[in-house]
Design a protein around this ligand. Structure first.
Ligand code: BYC
Ligand code: FE
Ligand code: FE
Length: 492
């Protein structure tokens, strides 16, 4: 067993708290992978800002101790960011919390019979991290403020670190094929025809800042849910890696939730100041230089439905196998009170009463809980989303505007799982395909919505200034003053 400190060794090429100095094989493997990673970052990371000084946080410990914070803040050029390998401390006598091996000691090495399954989970998790950086690489150029630009880059460098986290597991525990997979993670590209990223939503575009905030609100939250499930894993190194990643993930969701709050707030304040009380008068609201609430709702519909697809099929034997094997648990498994085996349990899934073609309403069908784990995690995700949506609506209510943002029906606009072959409206009405296609522009961003949002995406790089369509933040990172220079732009 390696002894572990919660302090990170920074006097080495690859900062770490996993005693890499005494693990020559893995250290050399990672040192060989490092240049390819930097090449990838230079090619696919934030475009145009690689020589700017960014006020970033870097983790220095894996837990806070007294007055010692886990992270420090300083100006860093992104290519010099200290990407490292950080695992949460090993819990003494940890046992496997669920599945066929429940109660047995957690694995410190990969169990041979589960090697392929485990590698696949780690590769899929790893693949999403660089994908999101690729999707967001042009956003710096249209940042609505230096504050927002800094937050974007903070998210980006941390997603880069999450890739390192998965690559460490591959290199340490999977030998030659782990090294091959680590190479492939740098080869695939978001949106590429011949080598796309593995999951659907990670090949979509993130063309504007409203999309970015909704991506971090919804899609990074899928990250949170999946990491929570993997943090339960009986494979202890994966569990510890994910536990530390979750510390960083909280900030990504803060960026998303507060970003949308500030957009909604700005829109409602502009409407109130102009004496407007009809949110559906889209043209009049747009004329104020702010994003109308119906368009925000359409973007919510898009990003929520794309993210639901990331949970996989509602009914999945893969997920049952992951669970039985003790590799991937449920959301906060340790807080659930049952047998942690799901031998006789059932779980309800909403299904159309008269099949996919007619609008006969919906009813809940019970299925073996083991096969419905993806649906269950997806439902936990929706509950978590609704807390944030409720806070957006509170902001709207406080301004006196009469509008409510809602999450669309679970069957709306789905490409994966039990709803993929039907056409449902955001209210959950099943309609014929031609009607759905005809009305799609009412529910999802259409060309003119996209063109309008694009017209607002003008950079605002003066310290303390914000674009017309987004309010100034109430809480600032590390209590810095309002005119703080979050990014010192390099001379062009
Ligand atoms: N797109 O049994 P099924 C994050 C495939 S986000 C394309 O239904 P399963 C982050 C599936 O692979 C979190 N293909 O699903 C966020 C399978 O293929 P094979 C990422 C899809 O396996 C923001 C087949 O369809 N982490 O961290 O139970 C920024 C049948 O699969 C999709 C994880 O996802 C799709 N959407 O569940 C940065 C955790 N869905 O095997 C980062 C690890 C399914 O037949 N992954 N397929 O070739 C998993 O736990 C599972 O693989 C999934 C799918 C939940 C993704
Ligand atoms: Fe991540
Ligand atoms: Fe994230």
């Amino acid at each position: 067993m390696t002894t572990l400190d919660s302090t990170v060794d920074y006097d080495v090429l690859i900062p770490n708290n996993v005693a890499l100095a005494s693990d020559a094989r893995v250290r050399r493997g990672l040192e060989r992978w490092h240049p390819g990673y930097i090449d990838w970052w230079m090619d696919m990371g934030p475009d145009g800002f690689q020589t700017s000084d960014v006020y970033l946080r870097t983790a220095v410990r894996v837990e806070s101790k007294g007055a010692d914070k886990w992270a420090v803040f300083d100006y860093v050029k992104m290519p010099d960011y200290r990407w490292g390998i950080l695992l949460a401390p090993q819990a003494e006598d940890r046992t496997i919390p669920f599945g066929r091996h429940v109660g047995e000691p957690a694995w410190q090495e990969v169990p041979g019979e589960y090697r392929a399954m485990l590698r696949r989970l780690i590769v899929i998790q790893g693949d999403t991290e660089p994908a999101s950086v690729e999707q967001q690489r042009f956003l710096g150029k249209t940042a609505p403020s230096l504050y927002d630009m800094r937050n974007l880059f903070q998210v980006n460098v941390e997603e880069g670190r999450h890739l390192w986290a998965m690559v460490y597991l591959l290199q340490k525990y999977f030998g030659r094929d782990g090294r091959e997979e680590a190479g492939e993670l740098l080869r695939r590209r978001s949106g590429s025809d011949d080598a796309p990223r593995m999951l659907g939503a990670f090949n979509e575009e993130t063309p504007d800042w409203l999309s970015f905030f909704l991506f971090t609100f919804f899609t990074d939250r899928d990250g949170k849910m999946q990491l929570e499930s993997l943090a339960q894993s009986g494979f202890d190194p994966l569990s510890r890696t994910c536990r530390f990643m979750l510390t960083e993930e909280a900030f990504h969701m803060f960026v998303g939730e507060s970003g949308v709050t500030r957009i909604v707030q700005r829109t409602c304040e502009a409407m109130a100041a102009a004496g407007m009380d009809d949110p559906s008068d889209v043209d009049a609201v747009r004329a104020l230089g702010v994003i109308d609430l119906p368009t925000i709702q359409k973007k919510v519909n898009l990003h929520y439905s794309l993210t639901l697809d990331l949970f996989g099929s509602e009914l999945s034997t893969n997920s049952a196998n992951f669970f039985n094997a003790g590799l991937k648990g449920r959301f906060r498994e340790h807080r659930l009170e049952d047998d942690h085996r799901l031998l006789d349990a059932t779980y309800g899934i909403l299904e159309p009463s008269n099949g996919a073609r007619s609008n006969g309403g919906w009813h809940i069908v019970q299925h073996p809980a083991l096969n419905a784990l993806n649906a269950r995690l997806r439902d936990d995700f929706t509950d978590d989303c609704n807390l944030g949506v409720g806070r957006w609506n509170k902001t709207i209510r406080q301004t006196g505007v009469d509008f409510e943002i809602t999450l669309p029906h679970v069957a709306f606009h789905r490409q994966i799982g039990v709803y993929r072959d039907l056409h449902a409206t955001p209210d959950g009405e099943i309609v014929p395909e031609d009607e759905w296609s005809r009305r799609r522009h009412e529910w999802l961003p259409n060309d003119s919505d996209r063109a309008f949002i694009e017209s607002l995406m003008k950079p605002e790089f003066r310290p303390g200034h914000y674009a017309s369509w987004i309010a100034e933040p109430r809480i600032r990172i590390n209590h810095k003053p309002g005119d703080f220079e979050w990014v010192k732009l390099a001379e062009a």
